[in-house]
Design a protein around this ligand. Structure first.
Ligand code: BG6
Length: 465
């Protein structure tokens, strides 16, 4: 089957600062909370490799940009590492060396005809703010972030036309306060909601500042909605899916796109004593500063059923009292990551957005396949023959393009990731890139088979599957 790809449909790739940069030039005081986690809980390093060198993007960004140019990539999304951007996070003293690095990356991308898209935070909360203010528990951090956003827009807004306030803002506090897998290893749903809320507010403030600067561009946020499928059409299973959607998707979507929280959500938060008590003024800021467009990270479907067990009221409230995860028998899996593969999720998400959020323009800002032990697929010329990735992208694009054909306002697809990079969950175990990174001294780069295939998609604008 041959499917034509609209001329202006973006085919790009993404990464983030922390997952690629490495620590060269970083001062001890510039740790992000993830750096600190890696330093303290070494189990997440993969065979001794982690963020210390990462892909050495700090020194080797030009190599990557040359490869982008070679495969005719037109858009690249990365982030500014907030924790490295300042020498003092409260006096707002910018680290000029790091700020210059961002300038250089932007200029070099533009020179290579690759449009830079920048995110202000991709899990890079400064550890200093984490320790001093308990991170996003504090309203103060909202204002410090907003000031950081202003400085970034003023410095780079002349050349960067597409901004994102956060990448997957729900994820860090879900790991910290719902899953309790990161310090302080405590389940605390009230803090989880407070962090969610402060990030919504911080994003709205950044949007307000961006618009006030009258720059020629637009600002959105990268969210990671999970397309929820109920086990059955029974009322109980349907309700479980709706509750999942409310707590994990609408908790960001509604305030960021419609300007207000769903009433059901605030009522439940009050009932279970996890409400975040916003001021009227802050609610007005949220209401008046919705996003210009949206980035959607989409990897797998979420399947739920009605819970089988009563909530033990001696344990803290957790949204899981309303649903239980459900494994679809016979599902197709990416076993390296433990994620189900279900390409139709792209189409269903497009319809979900259209039905619930109307005409908002959006694009897939991440989708991709992490695979361990990729060297086993290397041919005699040293090229990783990653046909599974080509198949994965092709199947997902097929469903996305079907939605576009039916009028979904989706502007494009960005693969995660341009190069292999460090994952917060498992360092270099799973490789996602179009470009292989050897973990040698030189961090040698080589194009995988998927990179050549992606280039032909970009050039020919035809998907053959
Ligand atoms: C996304 C994140 O959720 O998934 C990336 O924005 C991340 O930062 C990617 O690397 C893949 O997930 P993981 O956990 O396998 O690295």
């Amino acid at each position: 089957m041959k499917i034509s790809i609209p001329k202006n449909f973006i085919l790009g790739a993404a990464s983030s600062a922390w997952q690629t940069e490495g620590w060269k030039g970083k001062k001890e005081t510039q740790d992000s909370y993830l750096d600190s986690w890696y330093k303290n809980e070494q189990f997440v390093w993969h065979n001794g490799y982690g963020p210390a060198v990462a892909t050495n993007f700090m020194e080797q960004y030009q190599d990557d940009i040359d490869l982008m140019q070679q495969i005719h990539l037109t858009h690249y999304r990365t982030s500014i590492n907030w924790s490295r951007f300042f020498l003092d996070y409260e006096q707002m003293i910018v680290d000029e060396d790091y700020a210059q690095h961002i300038d250089d990356v932007i200029d070099s991308l533009i020179a290579a005809d690759v449009e830079p898209m920048l995110c202000l935070e991709h899990y890079e909360l400064p550890q200093y703010l984490s320790e001093k203010y308990d991170g996003w528990s504090s309203r103060k951090v909202v204002d410090l972030y907003a000031e950081y956003a202003r400085i970034a827009f003023e410095r780079y807004g002349d050349r960067v036309k597409q901004w994102f306030t956060f990448n997957e803002p729900i994820v860090p506090q879900t790991r910290i306060y719902l899953d309790a897998v990161r310090w302080p290893h405590e389940q605390n749903t009230k803090k989880w909601m407070l962090w969610n809320y402060h990030k919504v507010l911080a994003s709205a403030k950044a949007v307000e500042i961006y618009h006030s600067l009258n720059l020629d561009g637009r600002i959105g946020c990268v969210l990671n909605p999970e397309m929820v499928y109920a086990r059955s059409s029974s009322d109980a299973d349907q309700k479980a899916a709706a509750m999942y959607d409310l707590f994990y998707n609408r908790v960001f979507f509604d305030p960021m796109l419609k300007g207000a929280y769903p009433k059901e959500l605030t009522a439940l938060c009050q009932k279970y004593d996890v409400y975040f008590d916003p001021s009227e003024e802050d609610l007005t800021t949220i209401k008046e500063n919705t996003l210009d467009f949206l980035g959607v990270n989409q990897y797998y479907p979420k399947r739920v059923r009605a819970p089988r067990y009563e909530w033990n009221k001696n344990t803290p409230f957790h949204p899981e009292i309303f649903f239980e995860s459900f494994d679809l028998p016979g599902k197709q899996m990416n076993n390296s990551r433990g994620w189900e593969i279900y390409p139709k999720v792209m189409y269903d998400m497009a319809m979900y957005l259209k039905n619930n959020y109307g005409d908002i323009h959006w694009l897939i800002t991440e989708n991709g396949m992490g695979r361990e032990n990729e060297e086993q697929f290397m041919d005699e010329n040293g090229i990783v023959n990653d046909t599974y990735r080509i198949d994965f992208i092709g199947q997902h694009l097929r469903w996305l393009l079907k939605a576009v054909e039916q009028g979904a306002p989706c502007e494009g697809y960005m693969l995660w990731a341009f190069t292999d990079c460090v994952s917060p969950m498992n360092a270099f175990k799973n490789r996602y890139g179009l470009v292989r990174i050897e973990l040698d001294e030189e961090r040698t780069r080589s194009l995988k088979k998927s990179a050549h295939w992606y280039q032909s998609l970009i050039d020919d604008r035809v998907l053959t599957i």
